[in-house]
Design a protein around this ligand. Structure first.
Ligand code: NI
Length: 395
């Protein structure tokens, strides 16, 4: 089976490469993946794979049935959206949509999943069960396409018992793959604080409630949450990226806005930290006679890779690529909406290396020069097929 998969991946490579070039050249922003979804749907039709479009807007759910389709069901996921970045690469397949770029490799993920689909479809008489393919919108934008796919019943009928996804990783050379069992990526919640005081002449501070000096105290005090309240064994980050208020040296403004992000890897602590952010901010503002408006819209949960699933997938990868090609990843404080799926079923989110010998294609994701060594397409599509078939056999 392994040899067959490798041969098919090799045979389909140029077709999947052309698909990746097309998607890369025609990027679309989150929740606007209309042409991308149409293109993917056309390819699935061409391959003869049944699927449903219009799930959660532009999402697609496809099914590939092997022998005895009721035996087991697992899901594979790819995201389709691009970022508002002006591409700096001048390759033949560079973005034709100025200011929008596939800088997080979601073009690669979609192309790989189409390759995997073609391999699975070609081998469906040789495996048992059903494989569900999810092409989802809006990974880069809240509330996250994954949450909308789930709300639109993408995980029902049939309900998968496990879910897998791959992601490009420019810090790893092509040929390598990385796994991390247990907590892997952080929850990511945005924080919007508005402190409202009373403005006035800077020479008459006693007649004002100065939101600037109060904001300064709030910023310092909130860091106590990470340094004094967080369990040191749970990674936590509280960063503020924007502070806005005031007009001139001699005017005390009415209001100051502070924008930030809180990230952690424990859902109980996450809720507790949100409460503390609100309580401390309100307490300080109140004690100085100012008002605080605090909004923390709930972002992506932390991403937990099921240990049993991940250890198995990592072993299958080692069997497929060679033991020395499989590495253990470090935790990351970035967010990823695949975590929504893992709240419903065990999941495994892994990385495929995309640089060339740590020399070429090393620009990080979300960078205007990001690109990949395309040998990663062949590895991605074949390994995902191999993992899927193995996963079906381990109910
Ligand atoms: Ni991404």
């Amino acid at each position: 089976m392994q040899t067959t998969i490798k041969q098919l991946a090799h045979q389909f490579f140029s077709e999947i490469q052309a698909i990746r070039h097309h998607i890369h050249a025609h990027p679309e922003l989150s929740f606007q993946e209309f042409e991308t979804a149409q293109f993917i749907s056309n390819k699935l039709n061409e391959f003869g794979i049944e699927h449903k479009t219009g799930v959660a807007g532009t999402g697609i759910v496809a099914l590939i049935k092997g022998k005895n389709p009721d035996h087991n069901c697992i899901a594979l996921r790819a995201d389709m959206d691009a970022l508002p970045i002006l591409e700096a690469n001048d390759c033949s397949y560079a973005s034709k949509n100025k200011g929008v770029m596939h800088a997080c490799g979601h073009d690669v993920h979609s192309a790989c999943l189409l390759g995997t689909a073609k391999i699975l479809h070609a081998t469906k008489d040789n495996w048992e069960g059903t494989i569900k393919l999810l092409f989802q919108p809006g990974e880069e934008k809240h509330p996250g396409g994954a949450s909308l796919m789930i709300a639109d019943k993408a995980l029902e009928n049939p309900k998968p018992n496990a879910i897998y996804a791959l992601h490009v990783y420019p810090h790893l050379p092509v040929g390598y793959v990385g796994f991390k069992s247990g907590q892997y990526m952080a929850s990511a919640d945005e924080i919007y604080i508005t402190i409202k005081g009373k403005g006035g002449h800077a020479a008459l501070p006693h007649q004002t409630t100065d939101p600037i000096s109060i904001a300064a105290q709030v910023l310092v005090a909130l860091q106590q949450i990470v340094s004094r309240k967080a369990n040191p064994l749970i990674p936590s980050v509280l960063s503020f990226g924007k502070i806005e208020g005031g007009f001139a040296t001699n005017v005390i403004p009415e209001e100051v806005k502070i924008l930030g992000t809180f990230r952690t890897m424990d859902e109980t602590w996450r809720a507790e930290a949100h409460r503390l952010i609100k309580e401390i901010t309100e307490g300080i503002c109140q004690s100085y006679g100012a008002k605080a408006d605090i909004e923390i819209p709930i972002g992506y949960p932390s991403l937990y890779n099921d240990p049993t699933l991940t250890e198995k997938a990592s072993a299958w990868a080692a069997d497929f690529l060679g033991k020395e090609q499989v590495i253990t990843l470090d935790k990351r404080m970035a967010g990823e909406d695949f975590s929504f799926y893992t709240q419903h079923m065990p999941g495994c989110f892994f990385r495929i290396g995309t640089n060339t010998n740590n020399e070429k294609f090393t620009a990080p994701v979300h960078n205007d020069r990001f690109d990949i060594d395309e040998r990663a397409l062949e590895i991605g599509m074949s390994m995902m097929a191999w993992i899927a078939i193995n996963a079906l056999n381990t109910k």
